[in-house]
Design a protein around this ligand. Structure first.
Ligand code: CA
Length: 421
């Protein structure tokens, strides 16, 4: 599909993240307006909440944008998603007769503050990147061999929805319990091995029924859209706590997502299959549609005071071994009910070479081989004041489907309370 021309001139630039082909969904506020639903178009936001209130846009019979999140809209289901997208696409297209009616509802992105685009019902994080799993095995256990279950199960754990935050939210270095390799007793204090994980987040738009499994085809249709996701990780806390039940405090202090939900519809032309299977999957995990997407990803790191950021990794979502539909199917296969607003982290995305690794743990090989930034500074893990940014886009013919930045700055740890010393 070529670029769809819009009467919003900035949406026709080949480098914008938000051409008419994209139309991602977010929540924004301005000095004059409380948080409300909006759609990114070029360097503007269409205030769909105000447009709905004025009767210019009618996504449903009852108002859905009278709340500052997209969950109510998601619950209406795939037919409504498609109808509203078609309505928006027509109304914002070049030469649309709707231009005079909609133009008053455009707000410059430069004047807007972005908020969480949806209420996160629950957050589950997976471990579906093979290169990442092999790297972690090599680093932590001295062998890149995959765990015995890895080629059969999309491995995951239940994370925290409460600490999922929108891009731009600063994160304090977490306090926690760690143990040095040669120590008898653990200690308590700020994490010394703070890391990122480059991931995609899939957002469940329609739910399933308690006790009822879903197929990969059903799961695919339930996914509303995708965001970039940084699963901040305290490796020293994680390393001490994770056996036998998996990550806990090492992951619970913060997860950042990009501010715009890029819909599955906008990504449809960029579908790509999962790589060849190393071992046959059980039938319930087979999928008909190619479940991944060709999305270019990069990670940038910028120390406090540095004039610009250094790209420290470039890879692609097509590196993953399991798709979000396979993960969602597996999540519900025992009868677990899935809800609108459920967020599924893909797992760290790492390609085959070091310049494609999606965590600092891998990029610095657990601190044994620090890397150098453009400023000349060396890094193994995150220092206070560092800003980490994820970027991603699918490249079309003359346009891109972008996600907007997923960024966060690490603040110093809060003072350790006296009762914890
Ligand atoms: Ca993760």
């Amino acid at each position: 599909m070529p670029l769809l021309e819009s009467w919003v001139a900035s949406a026709n630039e080949p480098t914008t993240d938000f051409p008419l082909n994209n139309l991602p969904y977010g929540v924004f506020s301005t000095a004059d307006a409380e948080p409300r639903c909006g759609v990114a178009i070029g360097d503007m936001i269409l205030d769909v909440a105000a447009a709905e209130e004025a009767g210019v846009l009618t996504p449903a019979e009852e108002p859905v944008f009278d709340v500052p999140f997209w969950n109510d809209f998601m619950e209406l289901g795939a037919d409504t998603w498609a109808e509203f997208r078609a309505e928006l696409t027509g109304a914002l297209a070049a030469n649309s007769p709707k231009k005079p009616a909609l133009e008053p509802f455009l707000v410059p992105q430069s004047e807007a503050t972005l908020h969480m685009p949806f209420a996160v019902s629950e957050y589950t994080d997976f471990y579906a990147g093979m290169q990442h799993a092999m790297n972690m095995g090599a680093i932590l256990r001295g062998s890149p061999d995959l765990p015995a279950n890895w080629l059969h199960i999309p491995i995951g754990y239940n994370g925290r929805a409460s600490s999922v935050v929108v891009s731009g939210t600063d994160i304090h270095r977490p306090l926690g319990q760690t143990r040095a390799p040669d120590a008898d007793m653990p200690g308590f204090g700020p994490s010394k091995r703070l890391d990122i994980e480059l991931e995609m987040g899939a957002i469940v738009g329609t739910g399933s029924t308690l006790g009822q499994p879903i197929s990969t085809a059903q799961a695919d249709e339930m996914i509303f859209g995708y965001v970039l996701l940084n699963d901040w990780s305290a490796r020293d806390i994680q390393g001490w706590e994770y056996q036998p039940l998996g990550p806990f405090q090492g992951k619970a202090f913060g997860t950042s997502i990009s501010p715009w939900i890029v819909t599955a519809a906008a990504l449809e032309d960029f579908r790509t299959p999962v790589p060849p299977r190393e071992k046959p999957l059980l039938p319930y995990l087979h999928e008909e549609k190619p479940g991944l997407y060709d999305i270019n990803l990069e990670v940038l790191m910028q120390p406090a005071g540095a004039e610009r950021a250094t790209v420290i990794s470039r890879t692609n979502y097509n590196r993953m071994y399991y798709s979000a539909a396979q993960q969602l199917c597996h999540h519900a296969i025992g009868g677990c009910e899935m809800s609108p607003g459920d967020l599924l982290g893909s797992g760290t995305i790492s390609g085959p070479t070091r310049d494609e690794f999606g965590s600092l743990m891998e990029l610095s090989w657990a601190g044994r081989e620090p890397f150098t930034l453009d400023t000349g500074e060396q890094r193994s893990f995150i220092e206070d004041g560092d800003t980490l940014t994820l970027r991603g886009h699918a490249q079309g013919n003359g346009f891109r489907i972008g996600f907007g930045d997923c960024t966060g700055t690490i603040l110093p740890a809060i003072d350790t309370p006296d009762w914890a010393k």
